[in-house]
Design a binder for this molecule. Structure first.
Ligand SMILES: [Zn+2]
Length: 424
């Protein structure tokens, strides 16, 4: 495939214009190129090509729970709304919920995501069928005895899940382990999960320092902040993506930096649950690697990562009363190359010869993009999903001009509507 005369975001986050050749799943050449006989040509006029976006924190089947709650802080939201509804989850519901969420992400330019949820074989199935990339972890333990019957998944089951799926589609599907959070997981269980992840040299996803009350509770239980607690358990010997990190001390930030822990910043979710605003400036100054996530569709209530890209910039400027503190370039880097690094996908996240063709294009000719002369800023501050012309994963176009090429969205949407009613 040849993308002819297309504006694109370079590896230095500048804008250039060239012909870009895609061979199989790879960016094969960038320059002044001619189409080979029989090669598909996409006219790049009026388009801006970007590296695909990486959503580093999601619970994709939670599209089933979209719109179900408002005005509740995290602990009450989980206990009174989310956990009771999730008691009625089925594998079928998770499968259709995941497909719907994947469709939404593809329509926003997302080509890879991190996921932690239940019935995760069904999430893997949806990833394999849809053509997207993902790091999928299976969740499943709570220390409140009243909750243990729900998802008390044994370590053996988690290991089996890993073994069943880790080589199912190795180019696109990576299996991670997950610790839901300090407040839902016993220390013994954390240690066992860390041991399991070390055995397979796998990555770990977790929720970390999301709310002030989580930190207070952890200090009472362990006399340590959540970051120091997990460091003491040896978690950070592993590659880790920690979602939220809103409430940190200076010492916490140096521990995260020293151990190269990737933080997944989830601004919409933190705003909706009233959790606070993560200080990206302090994180970056400490040397912490920051990526971008939506969180689940019940605390956001959207999987539109373009929206979080914009919000992340605006929040930092407002928080610091300084418009220079976090720029469109910073945000795009966070949502692309740093995100893919967090997933262990070092071959994605930039438009460069030899890298994976994980890409999306924005239509510059739409009215909300005019006059389209500062393209990077326009992409971050003005673009919304209706401007996405196509999304390509490993050289395959999965979404183009409003059409999903691998997901039967009307059927999936109907199923999710029916199944969601059964959860409540
Ligand atoms: Zn989450």
């Amino acid at each position: 495939m040849l993308l002819s005369q297309i504006y694109y975001v370079t590896d230095q986050m500048d804008i250039a214009k060239a012909d870009i050749s895609i061979q199989n799943d790879t960016i094969a050449a960038i320059g002044c190129l001619c189409a080979a006989p029989g090669e598909e040509v996409i006219d790049g006029t009026g388009l801006l090509l970007l590296p695909g976006l990486c959503n580093t924190h999601c619970h994709v089947p939670m599209t089933l729970l979209r719109g179900q709650s408002d005005h509740l802080p995290l602990d009450q939201w989980l206990q009174s709304q989310i956990f009771p509804a999730e008691n009625h989850l089925t594998k079928e519901a998770v499968y259709y919920g995941a497909l719907l969420g994947i469709a939404e992400m593809l329509s926003c330019g997302v080509t890879s995501f991190d996921d932690m949820y239940y019935f995760s074989d069904a999430v893997c199935q949806a990833v394999v069928e849809s053509g997207i990339c993902a790091n999928v972890a299976m969740d499943g333990f709570a220390f409140d005895p009243a909750l243990q019957n729900r998802f008390s998944i044994s370590l053996e089951e988690l290991e089996d899940f890993y073994l069943r799926n880790h080589d199912r589609c190795p180019q696109r599907l990576t299996i991670d382990f997950c610790i839901h959070a300090e407040y839902t997981t016993t220390p013994e269980r954390c240690v066992a999960l860390i041991g399991l992840a070390k055995k397979y040299q796998a990555r770990v996803q977790l929720h970390l320092a999301e709310t002030a009350s989580e930190v207070e509770g952890c200090l009472l239980r362990h006399q340590k902040t959540p970051v120091r607690y997990f460091e003491s358990l040896g978690l950070f010997d592993l590659p880790v993506t920690a979602a939220h990190c809103v409430h940190l001390t200076d010492e916490d930030r140096s521990i995260l930096a020293k151990n190269r822990v990737f933080v997944s910043h989830c601004p919409s979710s933190n705003c909706k649950l009233g959790s606070g605003i993560a200080d990206l400036s302090a994180l970056r100054q400490a040397g912490v690697l920051v990526t971008l996530g939506t969180d689940g569709a019940s605390s956001n209530d959207s999987l539109n990562l373009l929206g979080d890209l914009r919000l992340s910039c605006l929040l930092q400027k407002a928080l610091h009363q300084d418009p220079t503190v976090f720029t469109a370039k910073d945000a795009l880097q966070m949502a692309t190359s740093t995100g893919f690094h967090a997933q262990g996908r070092m071959d994605s996240g930039v438009i460069q010869v030899g890298k994976r063709a994980d890409l999306f294009a924005l239509r510059l000719t739409d009215e909300n993009m005019a006059p389209a002369n500062q393209l990077l800023q326009t992409a971050v501050y003005a673009a919304n999903p209706k401007n996405v012309a196509f999304t390509m994963v490993h050289g395959q176009i999965l979404y183009r001009d409003g059409a999903f090429l691998t997901i039967d969205v009307p059927t999936v949407q109907q199923k999710v509507t029916e199944l969601a009613q059964q959860l409540f």
